[in-house]
Design a protein around this ligand. Structure first.
Ligand SMILES: Nc1nc2c(ncn2[C@@H]2O[C@H](COP(=O)(O)OP(=O)(O)OP(=O)(O)O)[C@@H](O)[C@H]2O)c(=O)[nH]1
Length: 924
């Protein structure tokens, strides 16, 4: 019992081990199968090979099938034709054989009757036939060659032509068939012999014999007639049976009787065995090969039994000729078929080549498609291949997605499997199908197209903006789709920023430039006006300077808000930049409405602006230009508003001005003059005039004031008041000032050694020139350049030059003075400088303005005033020059007041250098 249990357990374990081993084995096999790519690869390669070989073999196979079918059909047709030809040949031969047989029957019957008649005649005349009777029997056509009668012991009893018998023949006549057959047979019938010819003769003849019986029916002799063999067969149409055709008659014993061939040189052929047997029937057809005939001519044979005689007539048609036409046609058909075969072969070759090429291209396309798809799978671009779907009249009605990558499918909110095969117009949600189709249509027409699409908000696809690029390749479209949501939002942000002023949040210059044309168009359409208000702040720089840039910014922001409040709801407020704003008023019935708005804006600026740094008051100057009265286009409208604003500025600020064409003309004239002035400086169109100053007591010339004149090419010599103001405003005074210094120094240098060598020349330096240029350096350079001494030059400065920065002015003056150059205060009394201020400056002379001189002698205060100036100037160590001295009275008063020097028309007028007096002594 225990042993049994142990054995069972051992068996169980071994079975388990075996199962485990098998399982392991199987697993290994499976693993090996998986790991080994061989079979899978092989089957894939086989599939690829099969796919590749299909286009190579399909067309040849097709060609072969077509060729075989055509050949089979052709041969069937040709065979049918041959059968028909054969049938016709047999019919013809049969007709001839039947006709010949009928004719032969008649002839043989007649010959038989002749034999009977001759036998009867023989008996009747007792073996002595009459020639006349025989002639009647033979008939006129002489077809019967010979009539002979033999005795029962085959002795020739009679013959009408001894030459028709050979000697040898006569000896053996008893054994010859014509005799032997008659004696053998108990039947009284005509014997028909085989064709024979006598030695030395060409003609064949046939002998016919019949018994001559006596009254008791015993053989009394044999009557023989011989006929030309040919005459037994009637003539026939040689063309029908052909070159090798013939007609012949044979006995049913198979021996030939007569033969006729319409073509010369034909011998009766030996009748083949096959035909001999066939002749047992009364009529029939048979094909006999040339081999059987022994003359290599195949023939169609037809035969017919001769009625009443053991004779058969055969008509043999030459097969080659009977089928000549057919063979010709057959050959032609075969040639045509062979030609067609060649064409088919060429077609197959071309089709195969094209098919292989097309297949290869398609395969390459598929491979590159797959490769591109795989490559784009990891990227961000969606990729699709679409094929057009044509409707009626080849019109593209839709596109079918034939391939795409997963990313592309995801963009449509679907998977690749479900997207492939879908029609574009059938795609729900996401991409707007109709516009996308229009883009594809465009790409199909033009070769390529690109467009951005906004995705419907409730779409399943995540991007909001897609960029679709479509390229046509043959008959398919390759489409790349890119998510440009981020790019679009950046663009939108940029556009917003591009249109917005960051400080005030108002639309900016770019915005109005882009929008204004459309606004003008709207105004045109509505037949209304449009006003551009150019708003420039007054005194804003001061805010910056006083409170700082930050506070300035705050003011600008407040300004933006106040402007928005001041204008109508539909008006536009734009910040151009700096402290410049533009207000555009659309759809105005009258320009007075623009004035009302301008008034409101001015009013809005009345209250000061509160900033973090303090309260600032800022006004505004507004220029108004109205479309279409003031300008017809955007640029001019702007320009005119700007000019109007400029007029508001120049006429006192804090006001508005409508565009005024007169002001505009003045500005244009000013601009033109500025241009001329610039050119004049470059071309040195200036000349210096000199006005002498004289000593009040000695009346001697003490100095010359250099006064610039513009030698205008068209207008002649222009005085300084016609261009110095403009030169000051435009900054051209800086260059002009330099030029003047140079001209004067050059003139001084020219005077060297002359009467004026000891007289200094004073040069006017403008406020701007003094404050913006280093005059000390300019003068120092000019002195050095022309090699003249500092004492020969004086500088005249107006009071306004000193008010900007008195301390710096004092330093500069000191530096110039240190050169040895004397300094003069020009037009004293017109500015705001005080003598105490001048005290700190290194001035040597004080030129009292001509307005003070003109009052001298006229009112008491005038003299007192002048006296006070002289006294104070002297106390500060300065000499005094009275300007604008025009009368002798003034000279006397000034001498009495103790003035130092005089200058004026009463003494000297400004003149060019060469017109100056030749002596320094002046008669007072
Ligand atoms: N705070 C601030 N200042 C600016 C800004 N842009 C330009 N500015 C300043 O604004 C000033 C404008 O100059 P102007 O128009 O000549 O100053 P203004 O004092 O108003 O002169 P008028 O127009 O002749 O009255 C300049 O000082 C600029 O530096 C800006 O964004 N913020």
């Amino acid at each position: 019992m225990r042993m049994h249990a142990i054995r069972a357990q051992a068996q169980d374990m071994s079975a388990k081990r075996e199962r485990e081993t098998q399982a392991r084995h199987q697993r290994r096999e499976e693993t090996t199968m998986d790991e080994m790519p061989g079979p899978a690869l092989k089957s894939r390669a086989l599939r690829a090979m099969r796919a590749d070989s299909l286009p190579i073999f399909a067309w040849p196979f097709f060609g072969l099938i077509v060729a075989c079918t055509c050949w089979v059909y052709l041969f069937q047709v040709l065979d049918a034709e041959r059968t028909q030809f054969e049938r016709r040949a047999y019919e013809t031969a049969t007709r001839i054989a039947v006709n010949q047989a009928a004719q032969l029957s008649r002839d043989l019957t007649m010959i038989d009757q002749i034999l009977v008649l001759i036998g009867s005649h023989w008996q009747a005349v007792g073996g002595k036939p009459e020639q006349k009777t025989l002639d009647e029997v033979v008939g006129p056509d002489k077809a019967i060659l010979n009539i002979s009668v033999f005795s029962p012991r085959y002795e020739m009893l009679f013959t009408n032509s001894p030459s028709a018998w050979g000697e040898e023949e006569l000896k053996t006549a008893g054994s010859l068939p014509f005799f032997a057959e008659q004696t053998k047979s108990g039947v009284d019938a005509m014997f028909i012999g085989a064709p024979r010819k006598l030695p030395g003769q060409d003609e064949y003849f046939v002998r016919f014999s019949r018994k001559i019986l006596d009254a008791s029916g015993n053989l009394a002799g044999v009557v023989v007639v011989a006929l030309d063999s040919d005459s037994l067969m009637a003539p026939y149409d040689g063309g029908i049976l052909g070159q090798h055709g013939f007609v012949a008659s044979y006995g049913i014993d198979g021996a030939s009787r007569a033969f006729r061939a319409e073509h010369a040189g034909r011998q009766p052929p030996v009748i083949p065995l096959s035909l001999r047997f066939a002749l047992d029937t009364s009529a029939g057809n048979i094909y006999v090969s040339g081999k059987d005939f022994g003359d290599s001519v195949n023939r169609f044979i037809s035969w017919a039994r001769v009625d009443g005689f053991p004779i058969v007539v055969i008509a043999a048609a030459d097969q080659t000729e009977a089928q000549a036409a057919m063979n010709e046609r057959r050959l032609l058909s075969i040639q045509i078929a062979a030609g067609a075969n060649l064409v088919l072969a060429a077609f197959v070759i071309i089709a195969t080549t094209m098919s292989v090429r097309f297949h290869r291209e398609r395969r390459q396309l598929e491979l590159s498609q797959a490769a591109y798809r795989k490559a784009t799978e990891g990227g961000t671009e969606g990729f699709f291949i679409c094929q057009p779907v044509h409707g009626e009249g080849k019109v593209i009605v839709d596109y079918c997605i034939v391939d795409c990558n997963e990313r592309g499918a995801a963009m449509l909110g679907s998977s690749r499997q479900s997207v492939i095969g879908q029609r574009l117009l059938g795609i729900q949600g996401g991409l707007a199908a109709q516009p996308a189709k229009e883009l594809l249509d465009k790409a199909f027409r033009q070769g390529a197209a690109e467009e951005d699409f906004q995705i419907e908000p409730d779409s399943r696809s995540e991007p909001q903006h897609l960029r679709m690029g479509v390229v046509r390749s043959e008959e398919v479209l390759a489409i790349t789709v890119r998510d440009v949501t981020l790019e679009k939002s950046h663009m939108a942000d940029l556009e917003r920023r591009g249109n917005e002023d960051t400080l005030t949040g108002l639309p900016n210059r770019g915005w109005i430039r882009r929008q204004l044309p459309a606004m003008l168009e709207r105004a045109d359409k509505a037949g209304q006006k449009l006003a551009v208000l150019f708003v420039d702040l007054d005194g804003f720089k001061l805010v910056n300077d006083t409170f700082g840039h930050g506070a300035g910014d705050e003011v600008l922001q407040h300004v933006g808000k106040r402007l928005k409040v001041a204008v109508r709801p539909n008006d536009h407020v734009i910040r151009l930049g700096g402290d410049e704003f533009v207000v555009v008023l659309e759809l105005l019935a009258h320009e007075s409405e623009a004035e009302h708005v301008a008034d409101r804006i001015l009013h809005a600026f009345q209250a000061p602006f509160t900033t973090s740094k303090g309260t600032a008051s800022v006004g505004t100057s507004i220029g108004i230009s109205v479309y279409p009265c003031d300008a017809k286009d955007m640029e001019t409208l702007y320009q005119h508003a700007d000019i109007a604003m400029y007029e508001a500025k120049t006429s006192g600020k804090n006001r508005y001005h409508l565009f005024n064409s007169a002001f505009y003309d003045a500005m244009r004239a000013r601009t033109r003059r500025e241009k001329e002035l610039r050119a004049a400086i470059a071309n040195n169109e200036f000349v210096m005039h000199y006005q002498a100053r004289v000593d009040c007591r000695t009346s001697k010339v003490t100095s010359l004031e250099a006064l610039v004149r513009w030698n205008h090419p068209l207008e002649g010599v222009l005085a300084p008041d016609e261009f110095i103001g403009l030169a000051e405003e435009t900054g051209l005074i800086l260059n002009l000032g330099e030029l003047v210094i140079d001209l004067v120094c050059a003139q001084i240098a020219r005077w060297s050694g002359g009467v004026y060598a000891s007289v200094p020349v004073s040069i006017n330096v403008s406020s701007r020139q003094f404050n913006e240029r280093d005059i000390r350096e300019s003068i120092g350079d000019a002195l050095a350049r022309h090699g003249i001494s500092a004492s020969s030059v004086e500088i005249e400065l107006t009071e306004s030059s000193m008010v900007v920065d008195p301390r710096r002015t004092a330093d500069n003056l000191q530096a110039i003075h240190a050169l040895g150059v004397r300094l003069l205060v020009d037009d004293f009394g017109t500015g705001y400088s005080s003598l105490s201020m001048l005290h700190n400056m290194a001035f040597d002379l004080l030129k009292v303005d001509k307005s003070f001189t003109s009052r001298l002698g006229k009112d008491e205060n005038g003299d007192v005033f002048f006296q006070a100036i002289i006294t104070m100037a002297h106390s500060l160590g300065m000499r005094v020059v009275a300007e604008g001295v025009e009368t002798a009275t003034q000279v006397r008063i000034l001498q009495a007041l103790g003035c130092d020097e005089l200058q004026g028309f009463h003494l000297f007028r400004p003149v060019p250098a060469d017109e100056l007096p030749h002596s320094l002594e002046v008669a007072a």
